[in-house]
Write a protein that binds this ligand. Structure first.
Ligand code: NAD
Length: 494
């Protein structure tokens, strides 16, 4: 069976821990590779490589760093299809979706090409007699990134592009479920001229992550994944005096107000709930139908579902692929079974009529869902759309604001005044107005509130630059013979 190793010091390295995990083909249900799981020594060797490369990369001119990133941009662009097919084979998402992932990741490499303009500091001349003050932004050193299975190329690009542009070196620990895309990205970075050691990829599970969180040479940790692990990463890395941003799970609500265009809202809900089989942290998982439109809206969503083609990505006419593992498929199926038991109404049950092999669950719709039901309270992370009915905008807002997660939300309405109130009143980090998946473009930053993010800075964009650098302020006086004298008084700005 194919073996997937680590990328350390600019080359592939076979694992030595003796531990591996199976990489499945989710569309067929067959094992397709074994990925090495690093132990402490292997993580340490990746960090050593990154540390050894750090001084030279940090000292490399901004012009040269940018040149490497521009070349990486070109190489990723030229290899879009190859990256997408690797993603699709290990994750299961259809090729069009995988290409979308590459495109959104590439935006971050493009943003990184312009990072020098954001590293400019301030300068104040003559703050005191003969004294000037200026600020610098400097790299942190070695940064670590730990990424989830659902975006095996985009989320790594969210992290390492900005980190490298800011002059850091990087150790990436991708998801062990679909690890290969990150190896191709690392090889493209090498081809682009990135010096060996600047970007290392270490495969692994909790053992590797836990080593990164306490390693004395790791200055900062970016994490994206589920909320319990995000909390663990945040607490452990902070306790070890590292800068940390840990993005967690989600339960994204889409409000549909009575004045909305219901066909447009139904199209958006279906696209945002079932794209990538619902395995997106910005997927819509709850539609909140406000007022008397609920029956009509549920009907319009339900009639669209049979047209969605579910199956392996090898058939280009399929629009929705499988879930990541058999366990996850069974877990998602469990929510559908439990919903009827809890008193909700399963309008469309995705456990029926799906390909027999592979980890498929079809688009599913549950109506009359209420808080307190497991299908509402938990992040399902599958193609299951819950409909909650609310009597008013105020009740719908309260529902969103009392949810523990705060990643994304959307409102569908023709009323600009209500939309404007919503954007201000909702306690969620990313808001869509008639846009169901409001993932910010690369020159803003991405991040949720509440249990969807632990840490102070959002990821990528301007906040990413702040996260990847630290500020220094220099106060300088150059000898000026005209003003030189002895003065024992406390320095004052006069
Ligand atoms: P996960 O939390 O299981 O794994 C994420 C990473 O953490 C992986 O690299 C994994 O190897 C590692 N990991 C897993 N368990 C660990 C443990 N106990 N200790 C230390 N490390 C551990 O998440 P996943 O299943 O890969 O991804 C899906 C989750 O990610 C969903 O909850 C989804 O909402 C979330 N997600 C969030 C965002 C966001 O931006 N907020 C984006 C994508 C995915």
């Amino acid at each position: 069976m194919r073996r997937i190793g680590h990328w350390i010091d600019g080359r592939m390295v076979q694992g030595t821990s003796g531990r591996t995990a199976t990489v499945w083909n989710p569309a067929t249900g067959e094992a397709q590779a074994l990925v090495d799981l690093a132990d402490v020594d292997e993580v340490d060797s990746a960090v050593r490589s990154a540390l050894a490369a750090a001084a030279e990369w940090r000292a490399t001119s901004l012009a040269r760093r940018t040149e490497v990133l521009f070349r990486l941009r070109e190489l990723i662009d030229a290899n879009r299809k190859e990256i997408a097919s690797i993603i699709s084979l290990e994750h299961g998402k259809v090729i069009a979706d995988a290409l979308g992932e590459v495109a959104r990741g590439l935006e971050n490499v493009e943003f990184a090409c312009g990072v020098p303009s954001m590293l400019k500091g301030g300068y104040s001349e003559q703050v005191a007699n003969g004294v000037d003050v200026y600020s610098l932004r400097q790299p942190l050193g070695v940064m670590a990134g730990i990424t989830p299975f659902n975006f095996p190329a985009m989320v790594p690009m969210w992290m390492f592009a900005t980190a490298l542009a800011c002059g850091n070196t990087f150790v990436l620990k991708p998801s062990e479920r679909d690890p290969s895309a990150s190896l191709l990205l690392a090889d493209l970075a090498r081809q682009a001229g990135l010096p060996d050691g600047c970007l290392n990829v270490v495969m692994g599970d909790k053992a590797a992550v836990d080593r990164l969180l306490v390693h004395p040479d790791i200055a900062a940790v970016s994490f994206v994944g589920s909320t319990p692990v995000a909390r663990h990463v945040y607490e452990t890395a902070s306790r070890n005096a590292k800068r940390v941003q840990a993005l967690g799970g989600a339960k994204n609500h889409m409000l549909v107000l009575p004045d909305a265009d219901l066909d447009q809202a139904a199209d958006a809900a279906v696209s945002a709930a079932y794209g990538s089989a619902g395995e997106r942290c910005m997927a819509v998982s709850v539609v909140v139908a406000v007022g008397s439109i609920a029956d009509d809206l549920v009907q319009r969503i339900a009639t669209r579902i049979p047209a969605i083609r579910v199956g392996p990505a090898t058939d280009p006419s399929n629009e929705m692929g499988p879930l990541i593992t058999a366990e996850h498929r069974d877990r998602v199926g469990g929510y559908l079974a439990g919903a009827s038991h809890d008193g909700a109404h399963v309008v469309v049950d995705g456990r029926l009529d799906v390909p027999a092999s592979g980890f498929f669950v079809g688009p599913s719709l549950i109506d009359h869902v209420r808080p307190g039901m497991a299908c509402y309270d938990d992040e399902i992370f599958g193609p299951v759309l819950c409909v909650v009915r609310a009597a008013s905008y105020a009740e719908a807002l309260e529902l969103v604001n009392s949810n523990p997660y705060g990643n994304g939300t959307a409102i569908f309405t023709r009323d600009g005044g209500v939309a404007r109130r919503f954007q201000s009143e909702v306690n969620v980090g990313m808001v869509g107005i008639n846009v169901p998946i409001p993932v910010p473009v690369a020159y803003y930053s991405f991040g949720g509130w509440k249990a969807s993010l632990f840490g102070d800075t959002h990821i990528y964009g301007p906040e990413g630059v702040n996260f990847c650098t630290r500020a220094k302020v220099v106060t300088s006086r150059w000898p000026d013979p005209a003003s030189s004298r002895v003065d024992l008084g406390f320095p004052q700005n006069r």
